[in-house]
Design a protein around this ligand. Structure first.
Ligand code: ZN
Length: 91
């Protein structure tokens, strides 16, 4: 049996609120999602959620790829058929 508690207060991890870090100022980063098969831009999103995945699946089925997408593909399978790149923002 392995003890995970350290005996002394040698190192206390500070998870909450590191000074300088601000959640509110987080830059909204957008991603361009392209189809790996036809290179068409499918979505521009800040985050890929279920709705986006459903839209991607719809395209991948229509795209006529060599390997047809299964009925309920795992996320990894969908991700394998798309390309996600950060949207280049104007400096
Ligand atoms: Zn496509």
């Amino acid at each position: 049996m392995r003890t995970s508690t350290s005996p002394g207060p040698a190192r206390v991890p500070e998870d909450r609120g590191a000074p300088g870090a601000s959640f509110h100022d987080a830059v909204k980063c957008l991603f361009v999602v392209r189809c790996a098969g036809c290179e068409r831009t499918l979505l521009t999103v800040d985050r890929i959620r279920d709705a986006e995945i459903a839209a991607l699946e719809t395209h991948l089925r229509r795209c006529g790829q060599a390997e047809p997408l299964e009925a309920a593909p795992p996320l990894a399978e969908v991700m394998r058929r798309i390309r996600v790149a950060p949207l280049e923002s104007k400096a």
